[in-house]
Design a protein around this ligand. Structure first.
Ligand SMILES: [Fe+2]
Length: 264
């Protein structure tokens, strides 16, 4: 599996605090079957790029430590950019492996800033592809999953967290994850790992859930093929999204809304 969202280097953000913790995470990844990981530390404003040199230096050191330990894990560059109207995307770490195409962007948890629609549209016209981090945890998307549909229709892609699929953030987030998966609105699943315990470097359990619920082909796309393409800067053609359906408590489509659709 390939993980496009993880906080792995020590003392950069709220990820690991030592090289020991970093290496523990990488061992955990290998145990879980993760063979490639993009390093995506928070870029909260353009000022954070002042630490790019440090990130690049620690990235190189992490690769050397991986070789020393003979770990079967390959690292890629990237970042998790907090959405701002003036966000800079030309730095070495802005896009995955500096491919100038795919970048991971997060919204504030409480909602979606107004400028985002226009800003994303301009970037998409320029050939760039925003990958929206964990939309299933965003309050606006939880209240109205159609918001996610609108972004995908415009050309953005969505990255869901493995922890949301396995229910670690409660039923509302899990239900939103199910709605988005049912509607073909998820293109990647990442760990968003920060440590080995509360936010671990694990994808396997989520992959099993996706394979059970939506099929092995879908799991292959979300955990391997699409991540591989994003890291390489290759085109991704997502399937057409389906209409967003609310769920019953059991996580199956709401019969009332199904009947309404049949007779509408
Ligand atoms: Fe993150």
């Amino acid at each position: 599996m390939i993980d496009i969202h993880a906080h792995v280097l020590p003392e950069i953000d709220d990820g690991p605090k030592s090289w020991q913790e970093t290496m523990d995470m990488l061992f955990q990844a290998e145990d879980d079957g993760i063979s490639e990981i993009a390093i995506t530390h928070h870029i909260l404003s353009n000022l954070a790029y002042e630490r790019e040199e440090e990130i690049l230096r620690k990235f190189k050191e992490a690769k050397e430590r991986i070789d020393l330990e003979k770990l079967n894990v390959k690292l890629h560059l990237g970042s998790e950019i907090y959405a701002q109207a003036d966000m800079e995307l030309f730095h070495t770490i802005s896009t995955y492996n500096n491919n100038k195409k795919y970048f991971l962007v997060e919204f504030p948890m409480q909602g979606i800033p107004k400028f985002v629609g226009d800003r994303f549209f301009d970037l998409i016209l320029d050939g760039m592809v925003p990958i929206i981090a964990h939309p299933e945890r965003n309050m606006s998307v939880i209240r109205d999953p159609e918001r996610a549909y609108d972004f995908v229709q415009r050309g953005a892609l969505l990255q869901m967290n493995a922890s949301s699929i396995v229910g670690r953030h409660g039923n509302k987030v899990k239900d939103t994850a199910t709605i988005l998966l049912n509607s073909n609105l998820v293109h990647f699943v990442g760990s968003d790992a920060h440590n080995t315990r509360r936010r671990p470097m694990k994808l396997r359990e989520a992959r099993e859930r996706v394979a059970e619920g939506w099929g092995e082909d879908r799991a292959g796309l979300l955990f391997n093929e699409n991540p591989k393409r994003a890291l390489a800067g290759e085109p991704i053609t997502p399937p057409d999204p389906k209409p967003v359906e609310p769920l019953t408590r059991q996580g199956i489509p709401n019969p009332v809304s199904m009947i309404k659709r049949i007779f509408s």
